[in-house]
Design a protein around this ligand. Structure first.
Ligand SMILES: [Zn+2]
Length: 408
C-alpha cells in the first residue's frame, strides 16, 4: 500500500512538473517556425534586411512570453476572452481601443468620503440617469475627445485620478465644489485580454520604425509581431474557456498548440503559402483572424472529447524525459487521432499565421514608403543589450517561465 502511495505521489509530482513545462503558447517550436517561414515570403527588397537577421527573428519569437515576468501589462496582449463581450461575430464590440474605453470605462466622482459612479457599462445598460444618458458614447463628441486625450493611452497603467474641475474643461457638466473632488477612471476590459487592439498599435509602431530606418526597432517589433500574430491564430487564445477548464478538458490548450506541431510539423506540414501581399485594411484583417480563430474553438473542444472517449486510457500517455525531468506526455496515437479529428486545423492555422505575418510585415514596409533596407541590415547590439537578450533567452531553459500553469 505504501509503495502504491509513493508511486501515486511520484506521478502526481510528475504531472505538476508536466504542467509547468508544457504550458507555453503555440509552444516555442511553433512560434519560432512561424517567424522563420514568414521571412521567405517577403519580396527581395525586404530580404536584404530580414534574411541576414533570420536567426534573431527565429530565436526571439518567444520573447514576448518571457516579458510577462518583467512587465505586468504584457500578459494581456496575448489573448482576448472575446466571449465575455457578446455573441459571435461580436459586432457590438468596438474594434478600436478608443471605442472600447469609451464604452467600458467606469468614471466616478470621489468626494472626501464617498465615491459616486457617474458613468460605467453597468449604469449605461441598466439605468438612464448617467450624466449623458444611455448609448451616448458614440454620439457625444466631447466625451470621446475627453477619453481620447485624457484617458485612452494611459488607461493600461492602473486607475487614473485627476481633479474634478478638469472634467469641466472637456465636458460641459456642473459638479458642485469641484475643487474638493476628484475624478477616478477605472477600466475593467484589459483583464480579459487586448490581443487585437495591441496588434494594431504594434503595427503602427512597426511602420514608424521602418520610416525612421531604425534597424533595432524594426527587428524587435517585427519579431514580436510574429508572436502576437501566432497567438491570434490559436482558437483557445480567443475564449474564456482557454484551457478547457469550463468543460472538464483541462490540458487541451497545450495539447492543441504544443503537442500537434511538435510531433507533426516536420516533415508533414506544408508551408508553401505564396508571396506576401498588401493588406488594404489592417484593423479588419486582424479582427478577421481573431473571429475566425474563435469560430474554430468548439471544433477543438469537440475533437478532444471524441478522441478521449475513443482511445483507451492506457494508450493515451507515455512518460519521457524532457529538460532532464521525466514527464507525462500525450502518446503519438492520441496526438494523431486528435489531429485527424481536427482535419489538420493546426497546420492550417500555422500556414495562415505565416502568410498573415508576411503580409503584415510587407504592408508596414509599404505604408512606411518602402524605405531602402540594404544599408541597415547589419544590426549592432550594444553589450548591455546583448546581456539583456541573454537573460531573456535563459528564461527559456529553466521551465519556470510558465510556472503559473497554462495561461493564454
Ligand atoms: Zn503569447
Amino acid at each position: 500500500m505504501k509503495i502504491l502511495l509513493k508511486i501515486l505521489i511520484f506521478f502526481t509530482l510528475i504531472s505538476i512538473f508536466y504542467g509547468f513545462i508544457s504550458g507555453s503558447e503555440w509552444g516555442f517550436f511553433a512560434h519560432k517556425r512561424i517567424n522563420r517561414m514568414a521571412v521567405y515570403i517577403l519580396p527581395p527588397e525586404m530580404m536584404y534586411f530580414f534574411k541576414p537577421n533570420i536567426e534573431y527573428i527565429t530565436e526571439h519569437a518567444t520573447d514576448p512570453d518571457k516579458l510577462k515576468f518583467t512587465n505586468s501589462q504584457e500578459g494581456m496582449r496575448h489573448f482576448i476572452d472575446i466571449d465575455n463581450w457578446g455573441e459571435y461575430p461580436f459586432e457590438t464590440l468596438p474594434r478600436d481601443w478608443l471605442g472600447v474605453v469609451s464604452k467600458y470605462a467606469e468614471i466616478s466622482i470621489i468626494d472626501k468620503d464617498s465615491t459616486r459612479l457617474v458613468f460605467g457599462p453597468e449604469i449605461n445598460i441598466f439605468k438612464n440617469d448617467t450624466l449623458f444618458g444611455s448609448g451616448f458614447f458614440c454620439l457625444n463628441k466631447d466625451y470621446r475627445n475627453f477619453i481620447a486625450k485624457k484617458i485612452a493611452y494611459s488607461i493600461l497603467t492602473d486607475k487614473i485620478e485627476f481633479p474634478a474641475d478638469s472634467l469641466n474643461e472637456w465636458i460641459n457638466i456642473q459638479i458642485e465644489n469641484p475643487q474638493r473632488k476628484k475624478i477616478r477612471v477605472v477600466e475593467n476590459f484589459s483583464q480579459d485580454g487586448i490581443l487585437p487592439y495591441y496588434i494594431y498599435e504594434h503595427y503602427r509602431s512597426l511602420v514608424k520604425a521602418f520610416q525612421n530606418k531604425d534597424p533595432k526597432r524594426i527587428l524587435r517589433l517585427a519579431t514580436h509581431m510574429g508572436h502576437y500574430i501566432g497567438d491570434a491564430h490559436v482558437p483557445l487564445h480567443t475564449t474564456k474557456n482557454y484551457n478547457g477548464q469550463l468543460t472538464n478538458q483541462v490540458g487541451i490548450h497545450a495539447f492543441w498548440e504544443n503537442s500537434i506541431p511538435e510531433l507533426l510539423c516536420d516533415p508533414e506540414f506544408d508551408f508553401f503559402v505564396g508571396k506576401a501581399e498588401y493588406i488594404d485594411n489592417i484593423r479588419d484583417f486582424i479582427w478577421d483572424i481573431v473571429i475566425k480563430s474563435h469560430s474554430l474553438k468548439n471544433d477543438v473542444l469537440r475533437a478532444d472529447s471524441i478522441v478521449n472517449s475513443q482511445i483507451p486510457d492506457e494508450k493515451k500517455y507515455i512518460f519521457k524525459e524532457r529538460n532532464g525531468i521525466v514527464v507525462r506526455s500525450q502518446s503519438e496515437i492520441l496526438i494523431r487521432a486528435f489531429d485527424n479529428e481536427l482535419k489538420n486545423m493546426a497546420e492550417q492555422r500555422m500556414r495562415n499565421a505565416v502568410k498573415s505575418l508576411g503580409d503584415i510585415w510587407y504592408t508596414a514596409w509599404i505604408d512606411a514608403g518602402q524605405p531602402e533596407l540594404r544599408n541597415i541590415s547589419s544590426v549592432k547590439w550594444t553589450e548591455e543589450e546583448l546581456i539583456e537578450q541573454e537573460i531573456l533567452l535563459k528564461n527559456q531553459g529553466n521551465g519556470i517561465q510558465h510556472g503559473c500553469g497554462v495561461e493564454h
